[in-house]
Design a protein around this ligand. Sequence first.
Ligand code: COA
Ligand code: ZN
Length: 320
Amino acid sequence: MSNAVSDLPQRVFLHEVAPRDGLQIEPVFVPTDAKVAWIDRLSETGVAKIEIGSFVSPKAVPALADGEEVARRIRRRPGVRYAALIPNVRGAERAAGTGLDEVNVVVSASETHNRANLRMARADSFRQLAEIARVLEGSGVALTSSVATAFGCPFEGPQERAKIFDQAALLIDAGCVGVTLADTTGMANPRQVAETVAAVLRARPEIARGSVQLTLHFHNTRGVGLANVLAAAQAGATRFDAALGGLGGCPFAPGATGNVCTEDVVSMFAEMGVETGVDLGRLIAIARELPDLVGHEVPGQVAKAGRPCDLHPVPTAAAA
Ligand code: COA
Ligand code: ZN
């Protein structure tokens, strides 16, 4: 299908974050064998990146305590990048030996959320960046960073755009090759997203040149996740975090709910003629097994409804 809408990119890249953002809020511990088998199947879907877990305190997030083992045991598919979230230097030390492609250091735009999530001041998070970069030097693990609560904080409310830009600048200066703007609790709206993405692309030539990747990370907490993805794409963003089945949420943000759903995002782009590189049928097949993996229904829509091209048999009464 040709791309008829001129303000959309030809190609977007999906980052599957269900094994990290998705599982971190689940009350059950998905056994390591099941995680590894699941990630291996996700590797075959055509997503560009998979966040396989995190190297945070196992007391803070017991569901992801097996990060090293998962990283060691997954089958790395060439062309897919494998990442993990870290909160501090200790996380970088744990990640350095894993051979993962990248780590994602999370720092909130909001002081209050940073303290709730990481139990430290933003200034202390920023101070650790240089040491994290030093730990990773020569390890082959690239440094990327997420700006949590970039579009609003559940404790403080709106965050000034200047603060987001200052943080992005600081991260890029610290050597980050990727910056993710994260809407941790689904507070963003499409106009705000479009304006922010356009402004970031204007302000940061490294992103326009491609030496730093910009990723958008939305949660569907208020039902506008897909609208935000579309607004970001129309403003020039091409990389999106999403979680299979719409799993996800930050355990340290009240009212947190799932990420935008990977198969819903892929279906939307596919219907609009935007290339994602993802095999939607394969993705849906894995999504349909999620209730068995996590023990409950999941919010994603397309896995329940089927693709728009999955037509139903004509009822006898309607047959000509
Ligand atoms: N990996 C594993 N263990 C870690 C760790 C890491 N990256 N960082 C600290 N720890 C351990 C310490 O060794 C210590 O262990 P002990 O109690 O057995 O001695 C314990 O965690 C507490 O360490 P401390 O430095 O005092 O941390 P804290 O209690 O102030 O917590 C964090 C700070 C950052 C470790 C913790 O809040 C955390 O892991 N947060 C992650 C939150 C998250 O994943 N949010 C969702 C993603 S956005
Ligand atoms: Zn998230």
